[in-house]
Design a protein around this ligand. Structure first.
Ligand code: COA
Length: 162
């Protein structure tokens, strides 16, 4: 862990990340509906707006270990998206480290509300998000996607929550 670095993601990182995704279903669970399958690095970079969204990697040397994005949803409202860890490195704390780095990025940008969406049957991701303090903030939609938010950010804007 000590050798891992945090940096903005590069288009070339997505070639490796595309290799982590084995099926159309896995792609949808990671990145949401609407992406093309089969995929590759260049396609992924384009379709997840890698160039315009805030996109980050945890890396060892030049090798990506984990990837995630921050989406600006409104004034001081940030959304965690496309969280993924290399399949060979899961259950080693990297998902948690990745999310904590993304939350730091949001905090540096003075976020007051942090949200995310997750498929309601994605046990690994939901357990990780709960461990970080995220709670449900609505029921799953017709595709099974559930919204969550982080309390300590949301607490600052109680009167802003619909
Ligand atoms: C979800 C994901 C990012 C977790 O990454 P990770 O590096 O394995 O997570 P961590 O090692 O930091 O785990 C932290 C905690 O999350 C929970 N967790 C992680 N994987 C889990 C699993 N397979 N089953 C149950 N709980 C799990 C546990 O509480 C874990 O703590 P523990 O290992 O002490 O029990 C990873 O499984 C992944 O990339 N999944 C595919 C992409 C995806 O579904 N992304 C989420 C989109 S919303």
């Amino acid at each position: 862990m000590a050798d891992n670095r945090w940096r903005p993601a590069l288009p070339t990182d997505l070639a490796r990340i595309a290799e982590w995704i084995g099926t159309a279903r896995a792609l949808e669970r990671w990145a949401g509906p609407g992406l093309s399958w089969p995929t590759d690095g260049a396609k992924l970079w384009r379709e997840i707006d890698g160039g315009s969204l805030l996109s980050f990697c945890l890396v060892t040397g030049s090798e990506p270990l984990a990837f995630g994005q921050l989406v600006v949803k409104g004034e001081r409202h940030y959304h965690l998206a496309r969280i993924i860890v290399s399949p060979s490195r899961r259950r080693q704390g990297l998902g948690e480290a990745l999310c904590r780095q993304l939350l730091d990025e949001a905090r540096q940008r003075r976020a007051e509300r942090v949200t995310l969406n997750v498929f309601a049957d994605n046990r690994a991701a939901i357990d990780l998000y709960r461990r970080l303090g995220f709670t449900d903030c609505g029921s799953a939609d017709s595709r099974g996607i559930r919204p969550m938010q982080l309390r300590q950010f949301a607490a600052n804007v109680d009167n802003d929550v619909p």
